[in-house]
Design a protein around this ligand. Structure first.
Ligand code: 0X9
Ligand code: ZN
Length: 690
């Protein structure tokens, strides 16, 4: 068999050309147009699909491929018989074909349109009339003219199809046969580029049995070796033994799951790939049409999960192989896609922080995972997000912050809001709330008009964990350490830590809630701003005074728990102590009531819950007039019971989404907080409240 690669080589060479011309591999830095997914060439238009749109994925891949190379052959595979398509992947690669999905009795409109654009001269139908009926041939011929050569792989099961394609293309005496299980679509998917690269047939077995058609084809081929893709759950030891009885030289390449198996295949057969294809390991709809693309670029396929973290095996594989080109097949989520790119080009490095949540709370982001998500978000939304550190903790950890605004790099003088979480080490849910807000503002920008307007017209600063040392220390407990303060030692004392929310320089040490006892969880520290963490917050907020005006107008300090919205002053029970006008007090109560109607929390002046001194909200308001609130997240004290501060990761999604309205309102209100009492014209002359 002759493998024709010229057209594909041309396609790959185009990509290499771009990269060499720029001399750098970061697509953003190289100025290569980025999709919202942040992916460099060649990428299909990101397609979000709900389970019925595999057709669109195959169409977009075909369209992308045909930009740089002619497509003479199209393989039509069933949109529902996944295993049939697995068998077709490497065969299509051998034919330099592109793969399109079809329904049984009709060509979907977008597929028909793409066929017309591609104008292939040969059509290969994968499967018998039971999966793709003759009416599809009739339709294709009417679209493409009578000169179209149509070939049908008229075989029943996916095992039959694989054997038929092998028989069509290979003579006895091949070097290698690749074998995957028809029961694990993802193993078969990652096996495709291996088979193509080794010029090997791909045959299929069942997890627990060797189909006779596969055994017969193995006997006919008499290969030197067989490569099995998948662990013993995918292909049993018994099946392996049966194959060995035919071909003694059997090598199994596998990992503990589909992700690890894909990574093992990558390291065994693609030691230093220039390209990698990334596709979902959760939904089987996107990746298969990319097999010929991978084969042409001699690229392995790696698999991604849902959520915002790459599987460890995939991440390690990317870091190890450092591919220069990434092809993302199908919709894998913008943050995951950015991680794929970031780990490949080194813009995201392996996290060094080792403190993690226990397995039963792994839905929380640990510090390393949080940082990964922040960096990936910056890569995915370079125009909306910048990640920076406001300074270092006592133990030298960065205190990470996101700046979120359209045209984020340009100072347009927009009203600003600050959101911070985790002053108190054990209040894990706060970090998730901050990450939720970042996700809301970024992923909602393109789709939600309200979010769009706020991101356009405001600057939102989000500090995810003011107290990283305390957080890490808390995570080191088994389970957790019930830790509240930072980790700064105290002079002449063995007790560690300052309560950061007693350490701000407004009415510091006045005796209203904090104390001077280093062993206490409410120790206020040696002096106002004696903690590096509060200094970092202080200096950042001070830096937002520009031309004598504090840009930040609203603020929320996120804590757990109690389900409260609280406002200044915290140090006194008086409603309008020195520094608080009655209008300001009205703004606080009106805004609180509005937000409470959105999240269902109770609201009151913070001192009513209990007084505190050196509290961030008093300092923010007392120093700058910023309308500053404390949110105490889920649960209520009654729900929590006495002394419970930790809540299961199962509540994260619901309890963070619950604050969507209130947080967006607070961002909106930064335009002119006095609009809450109908006094925008008086207090914010010239500034549009919206
Ligand atoms: O005590 C605090 O710093 C906050 N509560 S927590 O249970 N998360 O520790 C309350 C801050 C708001 N201020 C007052 N309630 N005074
Ligand atoms: Zn707290």
């Amino acid at each position: 068999m002759r493998i024709r690669r010229a057209a594909w080589r041309r396609a790959a060479a185009l990509c290499i050309g771009v990269l060499l011309a720029t001399g750098i591999f970061s697509p953003a830095a190289a100025g290569i147009p980025m999709t919202p997914y942040g992916s460099p060439i060649p990428i299909p238009q990101p397609v979000s699909y709900d389970g019925t749109d595999r057709y669109a994925v195959s169409v977009s891949i075909a369209a992308e491929v045909s930009k740089s190379a002619g497509v003479g052959v199209v393989y039509l595979v069933s949109g529902t018989a996944y295993a049939d398509a697995v068998a077709a992947g490497p065969a299509a690669a051998r034919d330099e074909a592109t793969i399109l999905y079809t329904d049984k009795d009709s060509l979907p409109v977008n597929v028909a349109n793409e066929l017309v654009l591609l104008r292939p001269t040969r059509l290969v139908l994968v499967g018998g009339a039971g999966v793709i009926s003759d009416s599809v041939i009739t339709r294709a011929t009417s679209l493409l003219g009578p000169g179209l050569r149509v070939e049908r792989i008229d075989a029943g099961s996916s095992w039959d199809i694989a054997a038929a394609l092998s028989e069509r293309d290979f003579k006895p005496g091949v070097d290698t046969v690749v074998v995957a299980s028809s029961g694990n679509f993802f193993n078969g998917l990652v096996a495709g580029p291996v088979a193509a690269d080794l010029a090997a047939p791909l045959l299929l077995v069942a997890a627990g049995s060797l189909p006779s058609v596969t055994a017969a084809e193995l006997k006919r081929l008499t290969p030197r070796r067989v490569v099995l893709i998948g662990n013993s759950d995918d292909i049993s030891a018994d099946v392996e033994a049966r194959i060995k009885a035919i071909v003694p030289n059997v090598e199994r390449v596998s990992g503990s799951d589909r992700y690890a198996t894909a990574a093992a295949v990558r390291s065994r057969f693609f030691a230093t790939p220039t390209g990698v294809v990334a596709t979902s390991g959760v939904t089987e709809l996107g990746g298969l049409a990319a097999v010929p693309v991978a084969a042409a670029d001699r690229a392995p396929i790696l698999l991604t999960q849902d959520g915002d973290q790459l599987p460890t095996a995939t991440r390690d594989s990317l870091v190890e192989s450092m591919p220069r080109r990434i092809f993302i097949a199908g919709s894998i989520g913008d943050i995951i896609a950015a991680e794929v790119i970031g780990y490949s080009d080194g813009s995201i490095t392996m996290p060094t922080e080792t403190a993690t949540y226990p397995a039963w709370d792994s839905g929380y982001h640990d510090p390393a995972e949080m940082l990964t998500v922040l960096k990936a978000t910056e890569i995915a939304y370079p125009n909306l997000v910048t990640i920076l550190s406001i300074g270092k903790s006592y133990e030298g950890r960065d205190i990470w912050m996101a700046k979120v605004s359209a045209d984020v790099a340009i100072d347009k003088g927009k009203p600003e809001i600050l959101v911070n979480a985790l002053q108190h080490a054990s209040e894990h849910l706060g970090v998730e709330q901050a990450l939720y807000l970042l996700r809301t503002l970024t992923s909602g920008y393109a789709t939600d008009p309200y979010v769009h307007r706020l991101v356009d017209s405001r600057v939102t600063w989000i500090i995810f964990a003011v107290n990283p040392d305390g957080w890490v220390y808390d995570l080191q407990g088994d389970p957790y350490n019930l830790w509240r303060k930072n980790r700064q030692p105290n002079a002449n004392n063995t007790n560690i830590g300052t309560n950061l929310n007693r350490n701000y320089g407004y009415k510091w040490g006045s005796g209203a809630g904090g104390n001077d006892l280093p062993w206490s969880g409410d120790y206020w520290g040696a002096a106002p701003f004696s903690a590096p963490e509060t200094q970092a917050v202080r200096d950042f907020v001070a830096s937002r005074v520009i031309d004598g005006v504090q840009r930040i107008r609203t603020h929320v300090d996120i804590h757990t728990h109690g389900e409260f919205i609280l406002f200044p002053f915290a140090y006194t029970y008086a409603n309008t102590a020195a520094g608080m006008s009655s209008d300001d007090h009205s703004v606080f109560t009106r805004m609180s009531a509005t937000m409470a109607s959105m999240n269902g929390y109770a609201w009151e002046q913070s001192s009513v819950l209990y007084p505190t001194d050196g509290d961030i909200i008093d300092w923010m308001y007392g120093t700058y007039g910023i309308f500053s609130f404390t949110f105490e997240l889920y649960p209520t004290a009654a729900q929590a019971g006495r002394g419970i501060v930790y809540v299961s990761d199962s509540v994260i999604a619901r309890q963070t989404a619950r604050n969507r309205g209130a947080l967006l309102y607070l961002i909106d209100a930064a335009g002119c907080p006095y609009a809450a009492i109908g006094k925008a014209a008086q207090y914010c002359p010239g500034a549009a409240a919206g």
